[in-house]
Design a binder for this molecule. Structure first.
Ligand code: GTP
Ligand code: MG
Length: 205
């Protein structure tokens, strides 16, 4: 799929304030600093559309971007940012989780995992929570440019092996780098396929 246009629409502090739409929406989640905003810029072909930072905790709202006037990308705040105060962490956690559970337009959640790290408790627990709640999601390994080809393959294979020890099957998996644009076509094609499915929403607005 080609991305012809992509523009920022709005930042919302909670799911109830997100725009009323009847279009497919794809959200990106993962630990702070894993590369969500960078991946969105890479996918949409614009360097500074989503705000990125080398310091974790950059994205603090639910950000909607409209693509080709026909579907949305949503950049979410990261979870697990230890330097945030406890109160803040609870607020962000609630923002993220209620968006995921309540946003009917959200067709698929892309869960980002840093390809350099071993499975972390916080991500595994988050995936368990997604499974328990029947949230459709895919796994996106990020920052593969920071590893050699062999290390990238080995690390991600070990990661998936650990997941298979917990679950019977794996969700779709994407290997990406926002630096060298790896994985871009695969994710855009996947979205294109999902865009063809009818959008199921309880409350017609
Ligand atoms: P929060 O909004 O704080 O949750 O972070 P985020 O997940 O949106 O991460 P962001 O895209 O802001 O990227 C964090 C840092 O990682 C930045 O310094 C990026 O330049 C860097 N980064 C992101 N993706 C890649 C990648 O694929 N390769 C490399 N080498 N660096 C990356
Ligand atoms: Mg971000």
């Amino acid at each position: 799929m080609l991305v012809n246009t992509a523009r920022f629409v709005i930042s919302s502090p909670e799911v109830g304030k997100c725009p009323t739409t009847n279009k497919h929406e794809y959200a990106f989640i993962g630990r702070s600093n894993v590369g969500k905003s960078s991946l969105i810029n890479m996918l949409l072909g614009q360097k500074d559309l989503a705000k990125t930072s080398s310091k974790p905790g950059k994205t603090a709202l639910i950000n909607h971007f409209l693509v080709n006037d026909s579907w949305y990308v949503v950049d979410l705040p990261g979870y697990g940012y230890a330097s945030r105060g406890k109160e803040d962490r609870i607020i962000f956690d609630k923002m993220i989780r209620s968006y995921i559970l309540e946003r009917e337009q959200m067709t698929n959640l892309f869960l980002l995992i840093d390809s350099r790290h071993k499975p972390q408790k916080i991500d595994l627990e988050f995936m368990d929570w997604l499974g328990e709640n029947g949230v459709p999601f895919s796994i996106v390994f990020t920052k593969l440019d920071k590893l050699s080809m062999t290390a990238g393959k080995n690390n991600t294979a070990l990661y998936l092996e650990e997941l298979l020890a917990r679950w019977e099957e794996l969700p779709p998996v994407f290997m990406t780098s926002s630096e060298d644009k790896r994985g871009r076509d695969e994710i855009l094609n996947y979205i294109e396929e999902m865009n063809k499915l009818p959008l199921l929403m309880d409350s017609k607005e």
